[in-house]
Design a protein around this ligand. Sequence first.
Ligand code: AMP
Length: 548
Amino acid sequence: MNPHMMDIPLLISSLIKYADRYHGDTEIVTRTVEGLIHRYNYSEAHSRSKKLANALSNIGIKHGDRVATLAWNTHRHLEIYYGVSGMGAICHTVNPRLFEDQICYIINHAEDVCLFFDLTFLPIVEKLSPQLKSIKKLVLMTDQQNMPTNTINNIICYEELIESESEDFSWPMFPENTDSSLCYTSGTTGNPKGVMYQHRTTILHSYAAVMPDALNLSARDVILPVVPMFHANAWGLPYAAALTGSKLVLPGSGMDGGSLYELFESEKVTLSAGVPTIWMGLVNHLKKEGLKFSTLKRTVIGGSAVPPAMTRTFEENYKVEVIHAWGMTEMSPLGTVSTLRNKHLPLSKKEQLSLKDKQGRAIYGVDMKIVDDDGRELPWDGKAFGELLVRGPWIINSYFKSSDFKTLKVDENKLSWFPTGDVATIDADGFMQITDRSKDVIKTGGEWISSIDLENIAVSHPDITEAAVIAVHHPKWDERPLLVAVKNEGSDIDRDKLLDFFKGKTAKWWVPDDVVFVEELPHTATGKLQKNKLREQYENYKLPTTNK
Ligand code: AMP
């Protein structure tokens, strides 16, 4: 081989090195778990990541070791992202919202050797530590002043760990396909499964994420990722922000509407990202207090379908552009983004907004197709729907240490595709729209009903806060839709009024057979509706249409 171009591996350490050198004075602001606002810049973040890498080497962490975190979005978590991956170990972000036995399972399955955790999670760690067989070091992500006295032995204080270390650390070079970080999917059934990212996949994904038709990030942005750093690496934002040199604002554990709004305003945030449930809380806060955003321009919403009513509230009432994105932990996670093409510019605002209700176009690097039950590709006509398959350089090939991987589907051209488990349409312009998770579609008399479409109609009613539509057994039709809804405080809406609201908005046979009002709906650890729980709860629900 006679390479005419430099052969430089794509490594995560290059991101923080770049941010330090070219955007060293750009701020990183954190609402700390201890409650104060912490402020420093990329240069200091880089120095402290190097101190951490030295400290980790000194406590015996080696290339390829898994280092777990149970932590919020903070500057210390960011240093762990860079320090751990940069030195060649693997940063394993554990979702603290999972059940305790799942946390235990995940840490043991990954064979993590060290656990960094925030003060919030001290009680969980105290309880679980005897069962965490592979963990040799526990590090509490705080300073000496906030170290608890009465707790399990041998907890290391983060600030003490790095305090006396040198900032001199030369990031090692190794092949770009080295494992870098690990995240388990919070599946709704079975044990969580690990998705192992690599340095190369992370860098390529970061390049793709910042593009104008993706998340459109630049050095002029102030980014506040509400999406947690334990959920698919906060959709890659901690990496993408360093790549562009954007200011980062990290909200710690303050995810309520009031705390977020305060940071949006005080730090002049221009772009944020999170799941619809988070935005619901924020919008309710704004409405209640009669507030507006003064700097927020764009917000990325994904992780679950964005209710059309939410897009319109942001765009029309608050003049904030919604960037509707779809992806999966298995896809690093970005797959599609709903941005308009040049030909869509003359369309009316209403038509443009309905395009944004779709999950959007594949970003460069992601290929997708929809197939029928026999694996035959379906047309891109916006009507035919089937299972969505994807492939690309930052998409999973196999789960970490798992034998129960649904094998990739291989097509007639011998290409491997990852079956997403989502059911979708793709229109002639390449806009993909999820109609359901394959296990959530309602199969009625041989036809399929999209639960997402019905939920969107329900939440567009001004009296409904949140809604889930699930399949309930029906003796004649096999399954029929049941709407489980949360109404606004003080609303007197009833079943008939709500079902009336569906008239003219969907096919008659799609209208739910019944409505149950509840105080709240169950969510997974990543904020998605937990429909399997609802299905269990309403398994024997008797629909009023049973005899029809
Ligand atoms: P996770 O790996 O936890 O991020 O979950 C990925 C799954 O979330 C996808 O397979 C979809 O079912 C769902 N999802 C993510 N983004 C969207 C979106 N914009 N609209 C609908 N579903 C979404």
